[in-house]
Ligand binder design. Structure first.
Ligand code: AMP
Ligand code: ZN
Length: 116
């Protein structure tokens, strides 16, 4: 299921260290190495899916779960009331640099709209 050359597969499999903040049957969440906000967590499915273009209908529960977990972490970090942003960047034009699906959870500051 997982890609031996994929950075996030290695983190999910525990082969590369990360600051894990959540771990369950469907996903792992860890602190972003280069945080762009006071709260910047990546919620990553255990299954290797390169981009949102590659999602299958059967992945819908998993994608929904990523959002629910992000909301739980936002609440635990106390940014649920002030607000936070979740983002799935798809392909390089949208800023994707790691080709294993990941939901960014950003909070603890205000965010511009539309994003740059
Ligand atoms: P994206 O640009 O949307 O593909 O997001 C990739 C994110 O992964 C960036 O925010 C990086 O800072 C983050 N990142 C890259 N390598 C690591 C790592 N080893 N551990 C944690 N986060 C990472
Ligand atoms: Zn992967």
């Amino acid at each position: 299921m997982n890609d031996p050359n994929c950075l996030f597969c290695k983190i999910v499999d525990g082969k590369i260290p990360a600051k894990i903040v959540h771990d369950d049957a469907l996903c792992v969440a860890f602190e972003d190495l280069n945080p762009q906000a006071p709260v910047h967590v990546l919620v990553v499915p255990r299954k290797h899916v390169a981009t949102t273009n590659d999602l299958l209908p059967e992945d819908e529960p998993m994608v929904g779960h990523l959002v629910t977990v992000a909301a739980e972490i936002a609440k635990a970090r106390g940014v649920d009331g002030s607000g936070y942003r979740t983002a799935l960047n798809c392909n390089r034009g949208a800023g994707q640099s790691v080709f294993h699906l990941h939901l960014h959870l950003l909070g603890g500051r205000s965010f511009a709209w539309p994003p740059g």
